[in-house]
Write a protein that binds this ligand. Sequence first.
Ligand code: ADP
Ligand code: MG
Length: 323
Amino acid sequence: TEMLLEDLPGVGPATAEKLREAGFNTIEAVAVASPAELGATAEIGEATAAKIINAARQAADIGGFETGDMVFERRQHIGKIKTGCTEFDEMMGGGIESQSITEIYGEFGSGKTQVAHQLAVNVQLPEEQGGLEGSVIIIDTENTFRPDRIQQMVEGKANELGIELDYEEFLKNIHVARAFNSNHQILLVDSAMDLANELKDSGKPVRLMIVDSLTAHFRAEYIGRGTLADRQQKLNKHLHGLQRFANLNNSAVLVTNQVMSKPDAFFGDPTKPIGGHILGHTATFRLYIRKSKGDKRIVKLIDSPNLPEGEAVLSVTRDGIVD
Ligand code: ADP
Ligand code: MG
């Protein structure tokens, strides 16, 4: 049976009512709140709020341990979002997986944002058409989200499937937030969790979270070796927040990461993605994308827990990502 807010130690009927009025409808929502936020909302002290949040975290199993059978049960529900390119899907064992972080890295203009836009369209389709019938949250750090690109891709998909699709409906299911710096970016994952809870029973639950770009703000803000460890720690925390989001919402998470063609004194080996091995251990699937002839792109699976390394060729066209 599901736990109620009243089951949390320190939460009586009056406090529970205040929390619900403020939109904290579930244990998960309380678990990801900040003590200051919760304290002000429920008119309780911050120390009490912190205790309630801790209890909610334990109850929601956030940041805690799961037993093997729990992991097994959760993983039964993994879904896959098709990319639009058959070879790419095959390389990924069917598509981009929910409950995982997929990192796509490559140079400027290699097509990372195009792949992100395409997945934001495809995830909304029903399963038989390669989607998960879900909504999308985009954390946009470089101001590169383009509604008109979504329109083109929806039109392309409608032509391909020979059906009518309304691009305005697709745009309504894409929730975009600009992140103005790395702290804001991390905080937006908490807001995303609230939004995902709101949409849970809407018929279009959040099934894809995109962070484009994951690393740009971190890169810009943490210049110089002195602050490198600090940067990695924050990035690590951010990625754990994203993984938690993926697990709790059965959502896919796609993050983009730019590599430089020119050596960069502060960030080491230019052929390695920013974030180094910390990102390497946290992202479940790592993809490297590079330009080829014309509109062709080569995407390479670098790292996966259960799939062989491989390469796929895709095209970026007006219609989106295609074979
Ligand atoms: P990044 O890896 O930096 O995110 P993008 O995903 O923004 O790169 O890729 C930009 C490239 O995508 C453009 O250079 C172009 O080749 C292609 N592209 C963007 N929009 C269109 C379009 N409407 N039609 C065809 N190709 C496009
Ligand atoms: Mg981009």
